[in-house]
Design a protein around this ligand. Structure first.
Ligand code: NIG
Ligand code: FE
Length: 405
């Protein structure tokens, strides 16, 4: 028996068309069988072959568009505490770095996170995943990094693993012990701890897939970041880099050198950096909601596109950037970074799947891809960036099962 037939959609976005556009089918249907896309095509032909009455579940998508489930490849979604007051402080003119230097920002979330119970951390994360799923996200990367000691980093990765088991959203776990230098610690000393203690413990427990580092003037130097990423890579963790966000330090070149799967932020990356990333197959990942929240400048996608790279987009959801909505990321990418709607949709689907090393068709609706899709409350995919009221996703399907409607 077929899992799911979604029929009579005004359009189905299958994925990138190879020419920089999108393969869009009109009056189309999608069939999911065994959790995978079995068929996409004209509704009449598809429903003759797969009658909706014979499916476990049929959805009439008349007048509505179907797109691949969104992939959010960069979040810091497991934490405790509240930093809404820092939002107000920043509006009065204090900078993100000044707040961090005074022990606020990441360090404040670290204190609240260390003090929280395992149950509270899991409950918080599940709530965030619920909000993401309701907005159409079916795969999300979640980083640890608010523990900054072995015990708490492992607790965070455990919460991420348990959330992945309990929640329909697929979670890609990333270890980010090198997210900030803990209070009263020397950066080199702390890198020693990450390399000698944290990474071996994480690898031993098999609880992370990637290893990320904040390569930035006030955080980790290029050399310190390289040590972390190489140690992670030697332990089987795929490198990722927070690079060139506030300054151009060399994180993009480092990402290319260590064969990272993505380099993220990249506000101050140059055309030369973009070419290095493209040559090394590192996926540039841009985070327009971070700039929006900080009232800062946006990254320029053009050098990366010119270099021939996919361009992934992410929410960067964290206590400093409270967005759990990839559709809003697409809006910002169009309005503030000049992307075409088709490029923005690729950025939150296929290109973002590549940024978390999902090369099995995730982020597309090609036959054989995971059966993850969103039926929009709208007639075309243009409504994803066009609307910004958090209500464009109607029915969300994960592996052929309706998980939100
Ligand atoms: O990607 N830059 C470092 N990490 C986050 C911010 C985390 C925080 O402020 O709590 C980021 O923007
Ligand atoms: Fe981040």
């Amino acid at each position: 028996m077929t899992d799911l037939v979604v029929h009579d959609a005004s359009e189905v976005v299958v994925g990138p068309d190879g020419d920089g556009g999108l393969d869009v089918r009109e009056n189309a249907a999608v069939v999911v069988d065994d959790g995978e896309v079995a068929r996409v095509g004209d509704t009449d032909a598809v429903t003759r072959e797969y009658p909706p009455a014979n499916a476990d579940r049929a959805v009439d998508a008349a007048g509505r568009a179907i797109v691949p489930g969104f992939v959010d490849p960069h979040t810091h979604a497991v934490f405790a505490g509240d930093r809404a007051d820092e939002f107000a402080t920043k509006l009065r003119g204090k900078t993100y770095q000044e707040i961090l230097a005074e022990g606020g920002g990441i360090l404040r979330t670290v204190r609240a996170t260390r003090a929280a119970s395992d149950e509270a951390l899991l409950t918080n994360l599940l709530g965030h995943l619920d909000a993401m799923l309701a907005n159409g996200t079916t795969t999300v990367e979640v980083k640890s990094g608010y523990g900054l000691d072995t015990e708490t980093e492992l607790r965070l990765l455990d919460a991420i693993g348990r959330a992945d088991e309990q929640h329909p959203v697929d979670v890609v776990p990333t270890f980010m012990g090198a997210h900030a230098v803990p209070e009263d610690r020397d950066a080199d000393d702390y890198v020693d701890e990450v390399v000698d203690e944290q990474i071996p413990a994480v690898a031993d427990q098999g609880v992370a897939e990637c290893c990320d580092v904040f390569c930035e003037a006030d955080a980790f130097s290029v050399e310190g970041s390289r040590r972390v990423l190489e140690a992670g890579r030697d332990a089987g963790l795929t490198p990722k880099v927070h690079a060139e966000e506030f300054t151009r330090l060399g994180g993009a070149q480092l990402a290319a050198d260590v064969g990272a799967v993505s380099a993220d932020h990249l506000l101050h990356a140059t055309a030369e950096d973009a070419r290095a990333l493209a040559d090394a197959g590192v996926v540039p990942t841009l985070l327009p909601a971070t700039a929006f929240g900080l009232g800062a400048d946006y990254a320029d996608p053009e050098p990366f596109r010119e270099a021939g790279s996919p361009v992934a987009l992410a929410t960067d959801f964290n206590p400093n950037c409270f967005s759990r909505d990839q559709a809003f990321t697409a809006t910002l990418a169009c309005v503030e970074m000049g992307l075409e709607p088709a490029a923005a949709l690729r950025g939150i689907t296929r290109d973002s799947a590549l940024a978390v090393d999902r090369t099995d068709g995730t982020g597309t609706l090609r036959e054989g891809a995971p059966g993850d899709l969103v039926v929009l409350d709208a007639p075309s995919h243009l409504h994803i960036p066009y609307r910004f009221d958090g209500a464009v996703a109607d029915t969300v399907v994960k592996s052929g099962v309706v998980v939100h409607e």
